[in-house]
Design a binder for this molecule. Structure first.
Ligand code: G6P
Length: 413
């Protein structure tokens, strides 16, 4: 087991740190760049050229651009998803896109929903698999149902798939497990290819699911001229995403010290909205399932409808407020309202946010992440929060990879 964990103490930590590679693997063979593609979201790093050293004259530094190479050729970049190519027309003609999953897989759909609506221009519905079955939700032949599952074996999701199939909907699988029940029983699909995930709490599968859903949205919009500029922006941001995530992982030491301030708390709230509502849900799930600390992901748009009553100067509150979002001004106002109530704020912002960074002293803590494009920012934002749940769990001395009462794959309903 230790051999499989390599230099890491736990599978979860290894899987968090694998994300630059697992994200790249999810995109490999699926992106074709245009001859003129440029990368606006690439972090650059100055490195010594290796000829310096003690006693030697310092040599000029080089700038390293670590953008993975993808084939170039067409006049515009495009996404190639072999498993869906024959079904994209049917998907584009469907009257509703319904995303179905449980746990973290459901949160990936929450993250991608806005972009899928933007690109497909079809109503998008999100369903927790168990709830869909409890309600016997109406499903029609004109629907496309997309089943998200890392394992491909979750009983609730599989049951919902059989239910949708019996009603004639086109059923698409997005799973990590080749040959799994969901992969076999869907009409078509896309593997996320993030590699085996062993830690019970999902980490790298979540970020790869968001990337694959983003690619599905792009593939659906491939023939829409009015979406070409936006598509190009997002495809270029996908290509630079692994490096941005690698940079976000450098926050590990900072997050470890934040965890030392928080690990004896009983509760932790996480506020987000827009694309990052998903970040708040997923961060809270990680904290509760691993660190056994009460945690709630809250849509900041609902703050005044209840959650504000919880706020005092003791309860730690993480606020995801990244400048790339259209909801950024609203989140800044959320921070102001929370500050007016002396909330103990941990603010997550982007590194170009001079305004919030200059107010550092007014917050209990500040987590500064690199920027991506709006719809991929949740992939970056979750990284320090995955690390936070990891360090909280280690400090609370619980089992990181095997949390009590939980299973990696829940095969009973
Ligand atoms: C379990 C796991 C979670 C996972 C969920 C859905 O609860 O502990 O990490 O998100 O199942 O699993 P799936 O394999 O369907 O994505």
């Amino acid at each position: 087991e230790q051999i499989m964990k390599g230099e890491y103490d736990h599978f979860m930590l290894k899987e968090i740190f694998e994300q630059p590679d697992s994200l790249l693997n999810s995109m490999r063979g699926r992106i074709e760049l245009s001859a003129s593609s440029v990368f606006s979201h690439v972090p650059t790093e100055e490195i010594a050229d290796g000829t310096g050293g003690p006693g030697k004259k310092t040599t000029p530094k080089q700038v390293r651009f670590n953008v993975p190479s993808f084939p170039r050729g067409l006049d515009k970049p495009r996404i190639v998803l072999g498993g869906l190519s024959e079904h994209l027309n049917t998907m584009n003609r469907s009257r509703r896109l319904m995303f179905v999953g449980c746990g973290t897989s459901f949160h990936a759909a929450v993250a991608a929903r806005g972009f899928i609506e933007e690109m497909a221009e079809i109503p998008v519905d999100l369903q927790l698999a168990s709830d869909l079955m409890d309600r016997q939700c109406p499903i029609f032949r004109e629907d496309t149902c997309i089943f998200l599952s890392q394992s491909g074996e979750t009983a609730d999701t599989l049951q919902a798939l059989r239910y949708a199939k019996a009603r004639g909907a086109l059923c698409v699988g997005v799973t990590n497990t080749v040959g799994s029940a969901i992969a076999r029983e869907t009409d078509c699909g896309v593997y996320i290819h993030c590699g085996a995930e062993i830690g019970v709490a999902s980490t790298k599968a979540y970020t790869s699911q968001i990337v694959v859903l983003t690619m599905i949205a792009l593939a659906m919009a491939a023939n829409k001229n009015d979406k070409a500029a936006r598509s190009e922006e997002v495809i270029n941001a996908l290509v630079s995403l692994p490096e941005i995530v690698r940079k976000a992982l450098q926050l590990d030491k900072h997050i470890q010290s934040l965890a030392k301030e928080l690990y004896e708390e009983q509760s932790l709230l996480v506020f987000g909205r827009g694309y990052n509502y998903s970040t708040s849900l997923e961060a809270a799930l990680k904290v509760k399932e691993l660190a056994y600390m009460h945690s709630e992901g809250i849509n900041a748009g609902e703050m005044k409808h209840g959650p504000l009553a919880l706020i005092d100067s003791n309860l730690p509150v993480i606020v995801v407020c990244t400048k790339t979002d259209a909801v950024y001004p609203k989140m800044v106002s959320v921070i102001e309202q929370l500050r007016a109530r002396q909330a103990r704020l941990i603010v997550l912002c982007t590194e170009d946010d001079e305004e919030l960074i200059s107010q550092k002293d007014k917050f209990a803590s500040l987590i500064i992440v690199p920027s991506s494009v709006d719809i991929l920012q949740p992939v970056v934002n979750i990284v320090p929060l995955q690390l936070l749940s990891y360090h909280l769990t280690v400090l609370r001395e619980f089992d990181v990879d095997q949390p009590r009462n939980l299973a990696k794959s829940v095969t009973v309903t």
